[in-house]
Design a protein around this ligand. Structure first.
Ligand code: HXC
Length: 536
């Protein structure tokens, strides 16, 4: 006689209850219906978003990622708050779509704020979702991309919203130098929320729809009486040209997100991995005679350094950062022989390529990014010096120039310097000279490396003789010729070991490629300490 299965009552005297289980297909159908409903979004909100010239969060993710590659997390998450009518209004997703997908087959993490839900405002659950994908990005060593479109801290959730922002900022700082962080501003990004793009490695903005400011036009008017539009106060061009907060500016979301894909193709997933090489690029050792045509021999004739970048980079292609800000220095990512490098160059067509405060900061941040992520640095030098002037001194050019100096001195990645024409004074030292640690210094035969230009030097050294001379101009001419002959020639620095080779301009690309190959496996430990004290 077999024993009957024992049924244990839940409590004394109560009968166990077995409600009929719904069939799996029915469950699945309900689930799919709900999911489809959430993913579809609210028609009114989407219509309004489109009428503002903006894509929805899901449309943006679709543009950004490879087709069908998105895996979403926490679709069903809702806020648990109840103040100010929130208890009756608990939309799924809580206003942010978060997850992971691929770009050219490489994993990235992404979050996109959904302006159609509470204006994309950030509450506790919303913040927790962003923090979750940030944590996953760090633990899997993948870039994180944030698509921002938000009214800021969700007012109804009070201080919990601020707490949410703080948790995001802390994670961004902890992830700095670990994984690349990209912030894309596609709508409002006001108040403290703007610190998230500011902490990212790269910030993209779209004209007319993106805006970033700590206080909006109403507050500005109340405080200062000044009337200013959203666009004038915090539009893409303001941050792409004046403040330097935006790294890249676009006219529309499509080209913007396409450019984010391009940038990702040049970045490593994390600081331990190499940036993806392009194996199809062969080692080109051909002559580039155009280089000598681009750069005039006369030291003061301007030319566009971007043309030099294009001659040196694989396929003539490079990704310029901060193209509209501090234009007297150029920073770009490119490939040489298929491997990613960071190009830094003075830009003689803007203020004769002098270094000022913003240019120093722009280059410093770029050098630090490249160093953090193992990207070799190529520095193309043609610099008359640091800019003189009362305003520049007052606004701290010493401090800002020191930031660039600090950045280069600290960099342990392979570093190659090419001096095209002139390199004077402190600017010579700062632009990755031998003395601050470049591994290889190449110079064109036209190079003039000196403490200062010949005229200036003669005026300082022979002031008395010139004042006493019968024909000061003739004497000055003679002394300038002597100084030029003695100091301002290609050979002087090379004979003293400060320049490794004087090269034919047409061989610049080939010499760079060989030089980079020579120092490719460079390993240099940073000194043991908690961290240096960057002169910020
Ligand atoms: C809750 C918000 C919200 C917010 C917008 N909404 N911002 N809900 N908290 N911060 C809601 C609106 O009530 C509205 O809901 C919907 O989102 C769309 O907003 P609209 O105002 O209709 O849109 P629009 O006219 O396009 O204006 C967008 C806007 C404006 C410029 C962003 O909404 C705005 O000024 N919002 C407030 C911005 C703000 O002051 N945020 C707090 C900043 S302080 P319905 O239900 O009508 O659709 C901050 C501190 C962060 O962020 C500190 C971090 C350290």
């Amino acid at each position: 006689e077999g024993a009957d299965a024992e049924v244990i009552p839940l409590a004394r005297g109560s009968e166990p209850v077995h409600p009929p289980a719904p069939a799996m297909p029915a469950l699945r159908e309900q689930r799919e219906e709900l999911r489809a409903h959430i993913v579809e979004g609210r028609f009114e909100g989407i219509r309004r978003q489109h009428s503002l010239g903006k894509r929805t969060a899901r449309e943006r993710i679709e543009l950004l990622l490879d087709p069908d590659s998105f895996t979403e997390v926490e679709l069903y998450r809702r806020h648990q708050a109840s103040g100010l009518g929130l208890a009756e209004n608990r939309p799924y997703t809580d206003g942010v779509i978060a997850g992971s997908g691929t770009i050219d087959g490489r994993r990235v993490f992404v979050y996109a704020q959904d302006f159609t839900v509470f204006g994309g405002s950030l509450g506790e659950a919303h913040a927790a979702k962003i923090q979750k994908v940030m944590d996953l990005a760090v633990s899997t060593g993948s870039p994180i991309i944030g698509l921002n479109d938000s009214g800021g801290a969700r007012i109804q959730e009070g201080v919990m919203s601020l707490n949410g922002y703080g948790g995001i900022f802390r994670r961004q700082v902890e992830a700095s130098g670990v994984i690349p962080q990209i912030s894309v501003v596609l709508g409002p990004c006001a108040g403290g929320a703007a610190y998230s793009p500011a902490l990212a490695d790269f910030t993209f903005m779209v004209r007319d729809t993106a805006r970033m400011y700590l206080t909006g036009p109403d507050v500005v008017e109340a405080v200062s009486g000044q009337r200013v539009s959203h666009e004038e106060l915090g539009g893409a061009d303001v941050h792409g040209t004046y403040s330097g907060v935006a790294t890249v500016v676009h006219d529309d979301e499509e080209s913007c997100l396409d450019d984010v894909r391009y940038l990702i193709s040049l970045l490593p997933g994390n600081y331990l991995d190499p940036a993806p090489p392009n194996p199809s690029c062969e080692a080109h050792r051909d002559k580039r005679p155009r280089l000598a045509e681009i750069v005039p021999v006369e030291p003061n004739r301007p030319y566009d350094m971007r043309e030099v970048f294009a001659e040196i980079a694989d396929d003539g292609e490079f990704f310029e950062l901060h193209a509209g800000w501090a234009r007297n220095v150029l920073c770009a990512l490119a490939r040489i022989d298929g491997r990613v490098v960071g190009l830094v160059g003075n830009q003689p067509v803007v203020f004769a390529g002098v270094l000022d405060g913003p240019a120093s900061q722009k280059a410093a941040r770029f050098v630090r990014f490249c160093d953090a992520f193992g990207i070799p640095l190529v520095t193309l030098v043609d610099v008359p010096g640091f800019v003189p002037g009362v305003e520049h001194e007052r606004s701290g050019i010493i401090r800002q120039g020191a930031q660039l100096l600090h950045a280069y001195c600290e960099a342990t990645v392979p570093r190659v310097q090419v001096i095209l024409r002139k390199a004077y004074g402190g600017a010579y030292i700062v632009m990755d000279s031998r003395s601050i640690g470049c591994d290889l210094s190449l110079a064109w035969p036209t190079n003039q490396i000196a403490v200062m230009g010949a005229e200036g030097a003669v005026n300082v050294l022979f002031r008395r003789d010139l004042a006493a001379a019968k024909d000061p101009d003739a004497l000055r001419g003679k002394l300038v010729a002597e100084y030029t002959e003695e100091f301002m020639n290609a050979q002087y620095a090379a004979e003293r070991g400060l320049v490794d080779d004087i090269i034919d301009p047409a061989d610049t690309r080939a010499a760079l490629a060989r030089g980079l190959a020579m120092v490719r496996d460079k390993r240099k430990a940073a000194p043991r300490r908690k961290h240096g004290n960057l002169p910020i």
